[in-house]
Design a protein around this ligand. Sequence first.
Ligand code: 26W
Length: 809
Amino acid sequence: MNTPIPDSSTAMNMAIDAQLLKTVGVASHDATSTDLMKAVAQVAREQLSERWVQSQSADRENKARRVYYLSMEFLIGRTLSNALGALRLTNAASKSMMDHAHTLEDVRDHEPDAALGNGGLGRLAACFLDSMANLGLPSFGYGIRYEYGMFKQKIVGGAQTELPDPWLADGTPWEFPRADISFPVRFGGWVEHIGERAVWRHAGEVAAKAYDMVIPGYGTQKVSTLRLWKAVAPADLDLQAFNVGDYGRAAQVKNEYENISWVLYPNDSTPAGRELRLRQEYFFVAASVRDILLRHIMEHGSLANLHEKVAIHLNDTHPAIAVAELMHVLCDEHSMPWAQAWSICQKTFSYTNHTLMPEALETWPVGLLQHVLPRHLEIIFRINAEFLAEAERRRPGDVGFLARLSLIDEHGERRVRMANLSVVGSHMINGVSALHSDLLIKTLFADFAFLWPERFTNMTNGITPRRWLAQANPGLAALLDQNIGPDWRNHLDLLKQVEAKKDDAAFRSEFMAIKRENKVRLAALIERTTGVKVNPASLFDVQIKRIHEYKRQLLNVLHVIWRYQAIIAAPEADWVPRVTIFAGKAASGYAAAKSIIRLIHDVGEIINNDPRIGDKLKLVFIPNYGVSVAEVIMPGADLSEQISTAGTEASGTGNMKLALNGALTIGTDDGANIEIRENVGDDNIFIFGLRTPEVQAMKKGGYQPMRLYESNPGLKTVLDAISGGQFSPDEPGRYRGLVDALLWGGDHYMLLADYASYIDTQLKVDALYAQPEAWASKAIINMANMGTFSSDRTIAQYAREIWNIPVAP
Ligand code: 26W
């Protein structure tokens, strides 16, 4: 029986009051914002649950081919607004909140973010789930139900400190515990060979319990599932200690098992290299593979046709051990011949690479794998031996070639290269932007591309228009609805229709009035979180992303200081008022990134309090960047900073979100910036700096940053101010190291090489901003041409070209 959809406000009021009583345990007139959040969530949950049951049974009956998206991270954010939007209940809920003397905006802010990811990779996975549901793609996401998500960032005395994120402390309305779905995951021990058979005599075992999060689709009744695994000690484990009353020991043993799903590793781009991380990776992969195989056997009765019904996608190398796990289960547990299993394996897996940065490539010491997963190590060695024999036939005697292809890095301590394992185990491998995919086959995977050119392809990233436009920017969404109707939510290409309005003065002024409102909202967030008052009439210049040297937040700071000095030197000049806004987290052990955060605060402190400057320039750092903070910043941005060294940012997705919300981009010829430029046109984007081949050439030719410092007096003054302690008078040497790394340390990311071009381009930005009409039309052109960056387009492409699953056109 279906629960009626409470889409009228009386029905909604009744449904909410019923939930307040039934699940929250509070009377309607006593309900707080948090109580109301929980009650509204329960109303939505009931509807989604019905859709979930229907979607699942439809896929089962159709014996659908499914895609399983394996990812260590899903950076979901909040769910309430998204769920209400998908169910078309936003208006009814909003009205009902008024009747309860609250606002929906306030109520939904009481939901904690599900921050089960670090940055781009995790948020991409969340946008992908949204699009899979939206396209009705038979699919599951699989990951870990971390008890603690991404740390909370608190700024103390200008420096980042990290606090835990106990997002589940008060429970979450969005999960469905599946008490009956649990798989044992084994670790350690040794391998016994009995004739042809290998038997893994494991040393320990933990249970993986399933918790489902429902992912609603907007354009459809379909929902998708994110299945997250929680580690639970086997029930009988601590019995012995428990019986003798040694509760300390009992708790300790329990913790040793359950710590696997406790906390997300807050490291973006540098492998943790820790045993617990390896256990996390294997834990969720083993449970997911078992779940997938069980479902397949129930529906199809045999594993011989696995690849015909199952596509498993590896989101970066974090789940790469799945390749060995599938071989282990097929061969050791189902007695499948090796060659048949290997052929199925390669047809089943596909793999996305998200970074070229050498320090980010995962490798595991052979010794550690031997200790944690002895059977998997054997399997990896056998895969490697057979693969290298095949490669040798292609280029006999080329030992360099074989050494580069090998799954084992033999330099020093022997290590397993997880990227190589992922490539060898997959039938398709992709990068995340045109440039990145091209660089992949020319550099990192050149030898593999020589062997199997047909396996390499590109899937340019995308973002979901439901969250990043409909939900984050209701003003702009309403304007679009009036002009082109509501269908852009599912067909973002329709935005192209508003491009013509760039010359329509009335449309332009409505568009800019909405931007202005969003800037007022952002200014309020800035004041609330930093205490700094900013003028919404200023140009809002935004760089929001993880803090990383290659992303070059420091280059942005150099520009701010240049501007500060220039304003002091020419106070009467016609400066375009600007607020430079940063947000982002630094990995806790990443000293240089943390030092950049501190510098931003120190420089801000001086500039923001200098009476000579006033509103001409402000510098702020919004703390605790995450999905919900991004939803406020994106719509309020005028300028989007995408300034990584060419060839280092695989794609970027914030660049797409900002342009979709009507910001112009200042950026390098890198990642998806290149495709944004191709879509909006050269005249509507500010591209500066060296291109990838020029970066490579300059590095080869012996790059000398000191020369640039000596020949550019403006640059010299800026760097001297930092290293001389002008912004850290209490500790003048605080930033000596940061500057020395540029001047003496080789300036690895070539900030100084791009500095002059960056400053010039910033002046062009000022000039355009001084012509509000011209700026507005370019902002409209940007928004109108973002259709291709919908994650619906990306997912449809994956489905057709990699997963071989039909999608409606
Ligand atoms: C093992 C440590 C580790 C953790 C995370 C290494 C590497 C990563 C990721 C690859 C980091 C990441 O998030 N990469 C980003 O992925 C986005 C989605 O494809 C891209 O848009 C970004 O350019 C890329 O940096």
